[in-house]
Design a protein around this ligand. Sequence first.
Ligand SMILES: CC(C)(COP(=O)(O)OP(=O)(O)OC[C@H]1O[C@@H](n2cnc3c(N)ncnc32)[C@H](O)[C@@H]1OP(=O)(O)O)[C@@H](O)C(=O)NCCC(=O)NCCS
Length: 338
Amino acid sequence: MSSTQTAAITAVHGWLPEDKLTNADLEKMVDTNDEWIRTRTGITERRILKDPTKATSDMVAEVIKGLCVQRGIEPATIDLVIVATVTPDMFFPSTAQLACYKSGAVNAWGFDLSAACSGFLFALRTGGQFISTGTHKRVVVVGSDKMSSIVDYTDRTTCVLFGDAGAGVLLEADPTGDNGIRDAILRSDGSGAEHLRMQAGGSLNPASHETVDAKMHFIEQDGKPVFKAAVTSMADVSYEIMERNGLSADDVSWLVPHQANMRIIDATANRMGVGREKVMINIQKYGNTTAATIPLCLWEWAERLTPGENLILSSFGGGFTWGSIWLKWAMEPTPKAQ
Ligand SMILES: CC(C)(COP(=O)(O)OP(=O)(O)OC[C@H]1O[C@@H](n2cnc3c(N)ncnc32)[C@H](O)[C@@H]1OP(=O)(O)O)[C@@H](O)C(=O)NCCC(=O)NCCS
């Protein structure tokens, strides 16, 4: 067992439902318009998992299978699966267990991790520890959310923002000891709960006729304070990780930001001094897919990434939770396969 190994991403895969929900569709559902949505958020369309028999674990299972195909390994050789999600199939068993079963990862243990839009970063950090300590060889980290299952499609302030997706990575020890996860700053502040939450269904407000009537099983957001906190925190932590590792804006090859709002992404890039050409942006196509946004970007950009490139992954989300991870990309350019 060595304590010097870095955990590197050795495969990346995403899964998107086929059905699209466009701004034009939303105009027919609530009092909104394409111009407002695009200028305030940057979103044009999102994907929706319409099949009522499919849930988050099905998206995760597709991601696990895709990772294994890309890496040329059997699912049964995976040691651990961590699923970041706020839309688990059910409270228990965990989505990780269900997805392991559905994908054939029969020898893996696993668990769900709840940190909303920062879920993937929290899970990546956690999964990386199992590699760097040498106790596990193959760890899968997936961010996946079926946001359409908790969005109120009569509430124009939230329903325009979210979409469904799953995406994730395989982590293995980097033989060079140089590429992989190099540093992480992760933070949380539970006082933010009042501004972004889903109130019912848990031990505080178990499901009842009253909670259903009061629409407490839907996501609830007070956009302005969330926006304010996101702009400051995500930018601060992204700058901090550069500073403490001596990385200049030129050293940063890519910023991989959580995709919640184009204005939050721009504020983060500006603070870091990184130009838009080095920022991964796909919010226009998928909206905010919560835990899936960051790995979804990695999957879409993998065909242009080369070993040794410096990536800064940054997020902000419900909790509040936020953070930044510096990693050196380890994979040769890899074409995207659905
Ligand atoms: C949600 C968000 C896009 C709203 O943008 P905003 O510029 O703050 O807009 P406001 O909430 O101030 O609303 C401005 C007006 O637009 C209206 N509005 C809200 N949603 C609308 C919609 N979909 N279509 C049209 N008008 C809308 C509001 O009712 C308000 O009208 P009023 O001035 O008459 O009261 C923005 O606050 C945001 O991105 N917040 C953070 C989201 C986030 O990062 N979440 C993180 C967790 S992942």
